[in-house]
Design a protein around this ligand. Sequence first.
Ligand SMILES: CC(C)(COP(=O)(O)OP(=O)(O)OC[C@H]1O[C@@H](n2cnc3c(N)ncnc32)[C@H](O)[C@@H]1OP(=O)(O)O)[C@@H](O)C(=O)NCCC(=O)NCCS
Length: 162
Amino acid sequence: MNIDLSDLAIVSSINGNQWLFKAILYGKQKSIGYALCEARKTKLRIMDIKIDNAYRNQRSFPKVLLDFLFSRSVNFRRMGIGTRLLQTIIAEAKQRMFSEIWTSVTKKNIDKNHFLIDWYKKQGFRIENPDAECPGGSVKKIRLLLQNPASKQTVGGKKKRR
Ligand SMILES: CC(C)(COP(=O)(O)OP(=O)(O)OC[C@H]1O[C@@H](n2cnc3c(N)ncnc32)[C@H](O)[C@@H]1OP(=O)(O)O)[C@@H](O)C(=O)NCCC(=O)NCCS
């Protein structure tokens, strides 16, 4: 299947403190990846980020029907779509004056995606040891500090006195 990335749109929706970014193709009809983020104070945490590497709903659709519809299995990874999602998250977080974006990875994440740490590093993220904010099982915390005025005012979660 030929995939025209000029038809790729990253759309975001906010529901309370949850931000959902979707990568949508084909005239905004097909979502082929997403990132779910959670905003807490001045920090934005990436809870999950994923690009489809096979059919969506493959459990509920018979493969033969999907083969008919799409002609063959579609892997949307390694086309720059994940990077586009991440760059959109960074741009939105900067615009909304977040002080940092962070996530954490487990050994399983890294075993499955050996390139993951380098992928975040390429976008300017720092790799650190997990701290109390990270969920159990995290082996690395991945953090991007944003140079926003809000982050300059904030020290240890409290605003600096002027
Ligand atoms: C991590 C993930 C979102 C990356 O999205 P993607 O669209 O496939 O990645 P990109 O196309 O933007 O990758 C850009 C660069 O990352 C590296 N990279 C990405 N996939 C790679 C792979 N399978 N093998 C080696 N390097 C890879 C390459 O340097 C690549 O650039 P290049 O193709 O010019 O060499 C995607 O692989 C995914 O959904 N993985 C499963 C879910 C997951 O692990 N999420 C992270 C949880 S923290």
